[in-house]
Design a protein around this ligand. Sequence first.
Ligand code: GTP
Ligand code: MG
Length: 372
Amino acid sequence: MQRTRLLMIGGFLGAGKTTAIARLARQFTDQGLRVGLVTNDQAYGLVDTHLLRAQGFEVGEVPGACFCCKFDELVETAARLGSNSQPDVILTEPVGSCTDLMATVIQPLQHLFGDRYELGPLTVLCKPEHGRKILGGATGGFSPQAAYIFLKQLEEAQLIVLNKVDRLSPSETNELMRLLQERFPDKPVLAASSTTGEGYEEITTAIAATPGATHEALEIDYDTYAEGEAALGWLNGVARFSCKKPSQPNSDMELFSLDQLVELLIADFSEAMCKAGTEPGHVKVLASAGSGIAVANWVASDEPVELSITSNANVIAAEALINARVHGDPDELAKHVRQSVENIARQLELTCELSSVQHFRPGRPVPVHRFE
Ligand SMILES: Nc1nc2c(ncn2[C@@H]2O[C@H](COP(=O)(O)OP(=O)(O)OP(=O)(O)O)[C@@H](O)[C@H]2O)c(=O)[nH]1
Ligand SMILES: [Mg+2]
């Protein structure tokens, strides 16, 4: 039986993993390969799954905890991909607050399912917005324990990619590359943009040339790791917006812009978070109506909100998936999300309903396996 190549693209919250996976998946598909994707989150209702499916990819989802704690579900989900014929390549995206993936996911996959999967190198994206500060010795607005996770993710990488170089000046790129090479002198470090595709030829060459599943387990303190995750407030929820019934019978309903909805929602929320001094890991909203989708993101307190996917659609009603990961109290986070949903509904003269809200601090990671 031909083995499926399994690749894992890790990195901190908002580093660009989903954007990178979509690009790699398109490249592999263009080469005639069958591709399957697996997303992962601490909660249910994932923006990433919806976004990747909307781009036409087959996506399996492991919600509710990280891959290492849901190892069996990862294996079952990967096995269900490609109902008639197994994919040639599976790209997996672990949760952005997760680390120790080599020992808890990649090694176990290699040992227990090596007949099924050929493991590629653990590729980790460096998020420049926080990398600049954390690699420079600060904590980037997070607790030292959360910054510890950021560094551990890079430390266990077999291939590091400095992402979003299209957004950096040449001197910023050089500085970040220097910091990465200095701290991780034995690792290949590449610079790329998952948005423009710059550097992707080098990435695909490096992925093809680098063997996966090393036997080196990361030296990691699980108490610090658990504290780092627990410093984060996590929220997934669904907000439904619709136009109010017209006051006059037979008069037209006012439509609203899907793109404006997501952008205003995140802008309102980010303003409140900045006022409260709360650093985001990644806050994303995906609104859909029919086949139209719009996505807005916010990845760092000193970065503007980005409308990353536009729909150009004007609609009567829309459903918005909200995934927010910030450094701080989940109850405060939920309060601010609710407030922003209400503010935007009022501003656009819409009715709104927020449901399926799960908000919490991620629990201590308890991996099913740990191979040293
Ligand atoms: N300019 C630029 N923006 C990027 C690039 N890669 C990702 N982004 C943006 O960064 C934000 C986060 O991207 P995602 O791909 O969702 O990041 P992620 O790592 O999957 O995020 P989580 O799953 O929440 O941890 C989005 O606004 C993207 O459009 C890049 O290479 N250049
Ligand atoms: Mg993602």
